[in-house]
Design a protein. Structure first.
Length: 190
């Protein structure tokens, strides 16, 4: 039902975002082809994603934990495959990538608190409660980082929900990392 725009068929207002996407990824990702239909949404997504990656105090691994947790909780087939590729390219620990793809706890206690806190933010729509916030802070994170996570979640809301609406096809580079939420897998096929 959604259109995969090309640089030539997209609304002209999406032109700068398309060029930024191609510069960042080396190609025009299918998610971005769909987002090009709504220039304001596309720009908001790109800007939130960029700010989360470049202007927060979370490490690249911590950023990916936030984004992959959102991908899992929002059942985003496209973003889980895409971020799995990004994490592999960055040589992030395979056991962390696999745990995040399966929604399993992380072995590192601090990183697990980050995953749990992020998960609770999504599940409770921000109403995590003082006990969960205290655990997050006691793990070594701070108030700034609690708020920075929201920037990552803002980007993920746009991408995850777009992919849910559009049933976005996987790009060729991420097809090998195709993913289905564990609750949606067919046990008979396993």
């Amino acid at each position: 039902m959604f259109t995969y725009f090309t640089p030539d068929t997209a609304p002209p207002e999406s032109g700068p975002q398309i060029q930024a996407s191609i510069a960042a990824f080396g190609f025009f990702p299918k998610l971005h082809q769909i987002l090009a239909a709504a220039p304001a949404t596309y720009e908001t997504y790109n800007r939130a994603f960029e700010l989360f990656q470049s202007n927060t105090t979370l490490s690249p691994l911590e950023q990916q934990i936030v984004m992959m947790t959102a991908n899992f909780e929002n059942r985003c087939h496209y973003c889980t495959a895409g971020h799995s590729m990004l994490m592999k390219m960055a040589k992030m620990p395979v056991e962390i990538i696999e745990a995040l793809r399966e929604g399993q706890p992380l072995a590192d206690p601090k990183l697990e608190i980050l995953r749990s806190f992020t998960r609770q933010l999504i599940e409770t729509r921000g109403h995590v409660g003082d006990d969960m916030l205290r655990l997050f802070l006691e793990a070594g994170y701070d108030q700034r980082q609690a708020l920075e996570i929201l920037t990552g979640l803002a980007a993920k809301l746009i991408s995850n929900f777009t992919n849910a609406l559009a049933h976005t096809e996987l790009d060729e580079p991420i097809k090998a990392l195709a993913w289905t939420h564990p609750a949606d897998r067919n046990p008979a096929a396993a």
